[in-house]
Ligand binder design. Structure first.
Ligand code: URA
Length: 213
């Protein structure tokens, strides 16, 4: 059962949707795929930070004194699930230049199907930071669930999960395990195929991003 308050935010901005369609196309090469993912990640970062708190400070413009909004110092940390998460990281870091960055690497052991952690590096003072976890593809949800399980052990103040595409199966699995973590995505696609690929999807995000196939 997915808790009622589990949140799914679909970012249906026309710019995001147009760029995502270009990314899906088989003829889009690595260079364009990488550029488009970075551009979309800037727009996703904009949406995912929409609720950042503001404080009002007295400032002086060239013509008057006024009270104007500024971000409350938020200790954000962005965590990339390797390797495809790197593609969302650039835009996020550009929009949040003071954010710290962590990495988590997981793979699935083919025999046992258990998720194995091969890399884990976070900023030291993680407690009380707001965390944004990024991975372009929420397919089965297994690695996202395992990553968030692990990250919760570090006691962040909050966690948001950001992806480009999500399969209904992955959303359901993720929210069963982590109903307190909102999912931000540019699209909810139709389904998974028998190999765990998102349909219609865009293929293997890591391979398309790094040109490894
Ligand atoms: N990971 C990918 O890169 N693509 C999919 O379709 C599913 C998981």
């Amino acid at each position: 059962m997915v808790a009622e308050h589990a949140e799914l935010i679909v970012i249906d901005h026309p710019l995001v949707q147009h760029k995502l369609t270009l990314m899906r196309q088989i003829e889009t090469d690595t260079q364009d795929f990488r550029r488009l993912l970075k551009e979309i990640s800037l727009l996703l970062a904009y949406e995912v930070t929409r609720d950042l708190p503001l404080k009002y400070e007295v400032i002086q413009t060239p013509v008057a004194e006024t009270k104007a909004p500024m971000l409350v110092d938020k200790n954000m940390v962005i965590v990339s699930i390797m390797r495809a998460g790197q593609g969302l990281l650039d835009g996020m870091m550009e929009l949040l230049p003071t954010a710290k960055v962590g990495h988590i690497g997981l793979y699935r052991e083919p025999k046992t199907l258990m998720t194995v952690e091969y890399y884990f590096k976070l900023p030291v003072d993680i407690e009380q930071r707001d965390m944004i976890v990024v991975d372009p593809m929420l397919a089965t949800g297994n690695s996202a669930v395992a990553a968030v399980d692990r990250l919760k052990e570090t006691n962040p103040a909050s966690i948001k999960f950001v992806c480009l595409l999500a399969a209904p199966e992955g959303i359901q699995h993720f929210h069963e395990q982590h109903p307190d973590v909102p999912i931000y995505t540019a699209s909810v696609d139709d389904r998974l195929d028998e190999h765990g690929y998102i349909i219609p999807g865009l293929g293997d995000a890591g391979d398309r991003l790094f040109g490894t196939k």
